[in-house]
Design a protein around this ligand. Structure first.
Ligand code: NAP
Length: 285
């Protein structure tokens, strides 16, 4: 068997087109959606990611400001900038870029992002609301998992989904979103006993670990759908996933590529969230 590739470019383009249409209407009404990215790092892959968000935002008709606080910025300065942007009525979406200053906790800093503007679901309040079934922006990567599955018309209701990884950024919110779509969800982590025995029960397997090639053919049920969230840098400057694509493609029914799977959908969803935040904030004003 050779797994069908579940590419992200097409769903990403559809999400961007919808966001661009609404952004144009809001801009015509004098409310151009505006995204702020706060960064306190010189990390190369972070810089590449921020540039790609800024380019995608501009192409979609959003304004995007990058607030570079420098690698020496300490937590209070980051927190203060997030609070200022939260209070600024012309800003609709706020992203706090990682890595953070040494010793800083994402949850602590991100709680300074107003939850209405928390377009990457980083404020713990957003995860709590998501878990409680209340409106909130989920972390874009977690939502990208579900958006990809829905775009490719992969049914979730009543199916067994296994998520490997329990971070607040990907694993836990992805599990909530799958549960919301009536999948029967199991979450695995570094202390899970006999990982392969659990993952082989999955109709839909989501790998969000950060370990290149952790998921091999022995972890995958024949014909199942595998979503690879991992983005691990390779020595030649490329990216590789958490799934050993060569072996898994012979067993799975469908598999997302890395790069070009979850990543483009994640960026598109950040833009959609910012446009929705702009829409809501101006309706409420
Ligand atoms: P993270 O915070 O480091 O969490 C990793 C999770 O994997 C933890 O829950 C950990 O378990 C679990 N884990 C580690 N080793 C394991 C093992 N051998 N078996 C089973 N579980 C194991 O990472 P993250 O932020 O969620 O990111 C995960 C991956 O997604 C990374 O490759 C990251 O680069 C990628 N990512 C991609 C995007 C995108 O847009 N495509 C966005 C964000 C992240 P414990 O909880 O027990 O430690």
């Amino acid at each position: 068997m050779t797994a069908t590739p579940l590419a992200g470019q097409q769903p990403a383009a559809a999400i961007r087109a919808e966001a661009a249409a609404r952004a144009a209407e809001l801009t015509a009404a004098g409310h151009q959606p505006r995204l702020a990215v706060v960064s306190a790092t010189t990390d190369q892959s972070s810089a590449w990611y921020v540039r790609s968000i800024a380019r995608a935002a501009e192409r979609t008709g959003l304004r995007c400001d990058v607030h570079e606080l420098g690698p020496d910025a300490e937590s209070p300065a980051v927190r203060e900038r997030l609070a200022e942007l939260s209070a600024d009525g012309s800003v609709h979406g706020i992203i706090l870029q990682t890595p953070l200053p040494a010793g800083a906790a994402l949850e602590e800093l991100a709680s300074a992002i107003a939850f209405e503007k928390d377009v990457d679901g980083a404020n713990p309040l957003s995860l709590g609301r998501l878990a409680g079934g209340l409106p909130a922006f989920p972390p874009a990567t977690a939502e990208a998992v579900v958006a990809l599955l829905e775009h490719h018309r992969i049914p979730l209701a009543g199916r067994r989904a296994v998520v490997v990884g329990r971070s607040t950024v990907v694993g836990k919110p992805a599990a909530h979103l799958l549960l919301d779509r009536d999948a029967t969800v199991t979450v695995c982590h570094s202390r899970t006993a006999d990982l392969a025995a659990v993952t082989r029960t999955a109709d839909v397997l989501v790998a969000a670990v950060g370990r290149p090639g952790l998921i091999t053919a022995e972890h995958v049920a024949p014909g199942s759908v595998v979503i690879d969230v991992g983005t691990n840098p390779t020595p030649d400057g490329g990216l590789t996933g958490d799934v050993d694509a060569d072996s898994v493609a012979d067993v799975a029914g469908a598999l997302t590529p890395v790069p070009g799977g979850v990543g483009p959908v994640t960026t598109a969803l950040l833009l959609r969230h910012t446009v929705r935040a702009a829409d809501r904030l101006h309706r409420a004003a």
